[in-house]
Design a protein around this ligand. Structure first.
Ligand code: PXP
Length: 245
């Protein structure tokens, strides 16, 4: 099986900082600690309302880290302009509604091809790898491949939120099948949203998935044992679920 990368999302370090409006804790310092602890990439989402990460954070982050930056962004001209200036390793296009607490569902690629296509082409033209954050539905995966996306990130939120049992098994099957379809379409397959120590093993065991992006759980658990410790523990669970060839 291919190596499974861990992308650490540091958005919620900025959430805590912004609660008091100062400079502590620093998402940049957290990203550097994550890098030291073995993260394979750093993910950050510059939201339209700048509720956590801000423009100066994302610029400083790109400068500070030596590992790839995955820039999460809404499909807007404003964010494309930021991405073209920033030149992250990858841009992950996510749906965004101002009133939601977090990214609640995947991007509706079907029905939005005309709007998404020029945007994807601009990003790709600048050498940025394009990822679409989608639900594991065949029609969405096919539409992503047709648009020339390099990567799909499968939304694991519903799987993680379902109580263990039948409902979670059904969600798992959907993600497992989606990962197979996406890989067969030639897409690189990532997954993320809501993953924790409890939910990561099954997702990490899916051989088509090569990257997981995890944020809220890691930043929350870091309050108890520190960021380096939780990243090490997460990496261990991921490796255990995924024996080397
Ligand atoms: N992947 C994508 C595309 C996301 O939008 C998010 C949330 O920002 C995550 C992964 C990480 O989700 P969580 O913070 O629940 O681990």
């Amino acid at each position: 099986m291919e190596y499974l990368r861990l992308g650490v999302n540091i958005d919620h370090v900025a959430t805590v900082r912004n609660a008091r409006g100062g400079t502590h804790p620093s998402p940049i310092a957290a990203a550097l600690l994550a890098q030291k602890a073995g993260a394979d990439g750093i993910t950050a989402h510059l939201r339209e309302d700048r509720r956590h990460i801000r423009d100066d954070d994302i610029t400083a982050l790109k400068e500070a880290i030596d590992i790839p930056l995955n820039f999460e962004m809404a499909a807007t001209d404003e964010m494309v302009a930021v991405a073209l200036k920033l030149l992250p390793n990858a841009a992950c296009i996510v749906p965004e509604r101002r009133e939601e607490l977090t990214t609640e569902g995947g991007l509706a690629v079907t029905g939005q091809q005309v709007r998404l296509s020029p945007l994807i082409q601009q990003l790709k033209g600048a050498g940025i790898r394009v990822s679409l954050f989608v639900d594991a539905e065949e029609a969405e995966l096919r539409a992503a491949a047709d648009l020339g996306a390099d990567i799909v990130e499968l939304h694991t939120g519903r799987y993680c939120d379902s109580p263990a049992g039948n409902q979670r098994s059904q969600e798992y099957e959907r993600i497992a099948k989606g990962a197979q379809i996406a890989a067969a379409l030639g897409l690189e397959v990532h997954a993320g949203h809501g993953l924790s120590f409890e939910t990561v093993p099954e997702i990490a065991a899916l051989p088509e998935i090569v990257e997981l992006n995890i944020g809220h759980f890691l930043i929350g658990a870091a309050i108890y044992t520190g960021l380096e410790d939780v990243i090490l523990q997460m990496r261990q669970l991921m490796s255990r679920a995924r024996p080397a060839k």
